[in-house]
Write a protein that binds this ligand. Structure first.
Ligand code: FES
Ligand SMILES: [Fe+2]
Length: 384
């Protein structure tokens, strides 16, 4: 299979990846279905607006009525298959009206009006699929599974309901990658001084000090602390070199596709960076990110965008080209080093949750590297 959907349009090199079957894709989408996922920023769905979104390869119509209530249905009119978000409108009663023949559906998916017929009792027989949808922490969330079938609630955004804190939901980038690839990248602490050396990463720190993630499948979490001498972007250089600052980063992964980091901003005041990754499809991912700050810590939206978007872009360039395109959950597929403990914990947890493991054949390159450096088996032994 040749790599596709690349943002590197000038690259002439075709990358071969292991084949992935439609059955594998269905397994991944099914495994992700019983969780709440973000589908939009709350501010991007104003009163009276209809927005088309995609989650788990399904097109959905999202709208907000005048009283602020959200509705979410399949983006498909039962009459002639029209996409409701393509010109649909919101009625005074809070229904979504199809742009083609003006049939109206409420937030339960029930058709309430068919303008072309006198007998409105016919509308009672028409229904489209509707889903639960809520605003939380600046984002719009849904779970496509039936009520009672979800495996956990919405991953908590730290301090979201604390009046002494404020939130900022940044513009969400879309990456051409599988969602777990992005989440693992966000949790990876060994690339800071390499990939982000022009940002918060400190190129003088190469050795990764030991850290030990703790997995708790009861509450779907993996937690660890990572002390790091970060580059201090808020202080002027010292003797021509970037200023540095010690930060004890606190990590919490919220399985399967969310996590937050507690870091420190100006004056060493703690704040949270939270990401919740929307699996648009099996190979496309939309990254919602929310930062939460104590009221004493003031930033503007443009300041935060300027701080976060560049390092998202640095990561995107790497993650979209990782192969295999899907995160291999079988630990023998890639080299697992001691500093990869968080990746091992994350992959193992996803497998425990029922995500497809997909055993890929190891490449010639990785076999050679394994024999010269340290193979996955011996590295795993060292980690145990
Ligand atoms: S296609 Fe929607 S009302 Fe006819
Ligand atoms: Fe990164």
């Amino acid at each position: 299979m040749l790599a596709k959907n690349s943002t590197h349009r000038n690259c002439e090199v075709a990358v071969r990846t292991p084949a992935r079957s439609p059955q594998d894709e269905a397994l991944f989408l099914d495994a992700a279905r019983p969780y709440w996922h973000p589908i939009a920023r709350s501010a991007d769905v104003g009163s009276g607006e209809v927005v088309g979104v995609r989650l788990l390869d399904e097109d959905l119509a999202l709208w907000r009525s005048a009283d602020g209530t959200l509705g979410l249905t399949d983006d498909l009119c039962a009459h002639r298959g029209t996409m409701l978000s393509a010109g649909g409108t919101v009625t005074d009663e809070g229904c979504i009206r199809c742009p083609y023949h003006a049939w109206e559906y409420d937030a339960e998916g029930q058709c309430l009006r068919i303008p072309q017929v006198a007998n409105q009792a016919l509308a009672e027989k028409v229904r489209i699929a509707a889903y639960r949808v809520v605003d939380y922490a600046g984002l719009v969330w849904t779970c496509l599974a039936q009520e009672g079938e979800e495996r956990r609630g919405i991953p908590v955004v730290p301090e979201a309901t604390n009046p002494d804190w404020w939130l900022y939901a940044g513009a969400p980038p879309t990456w051409q990658c599988q969602a777990p690839r992005m989440v693992e990248n966000f949790l990876d602490i060994a690339h800071f001084g390499v990939l982000h050396s022009g940002n918060f990463g400190n190129p003088d720190i190469e050795i990764v000090d030991p850290y030990r993630p703790v997995t708790n499948m009861e509450d779907f979490s993996i937690t660890f602390n990572f002390p790091y001498l970060t580059r201090d972007r808020w202080s002027p250089p010292i003797d021509g070199r970037p200023a540095t600052r010690f930060v004890d980063y606190e990590y919490r992964a919220e399985l399967p596709f969310a996590c937050w980091i507690k870091g420190a901003g100006k004056d060493d005041i703690g704040y949270y960076t939270y990401i919740a990754v929307c699996p648009v499809s099996a190979q496309e991912t939309k990254i919602f990110w929310v930062t939460s700050f104590p009221n004493s810590l003031v930033y503007t939206g443009p300041e935060l965008d300027a701080g976060f978007i560049p390092f998202f872009e640095e990561d995107q360039r790497v993650v979209e080209w990782q192969r295999p395109e899907w995160l291999p959950l079988g630990l023998g597929a890639e080299l697992q080093m001691t500093f990869d403990r968080i990746a091992v914990a994350y992959r193992t947890s996803l497998a425990d949750l029922g995500f497809p493991v997909l055993h890929f054949p190891r490449t010639r390159l990785s076999q050679t590297a394994a024999s010269k450096v340290k193979g996955p088996t011996s590295a795993a032994e060292e980690m145990s």
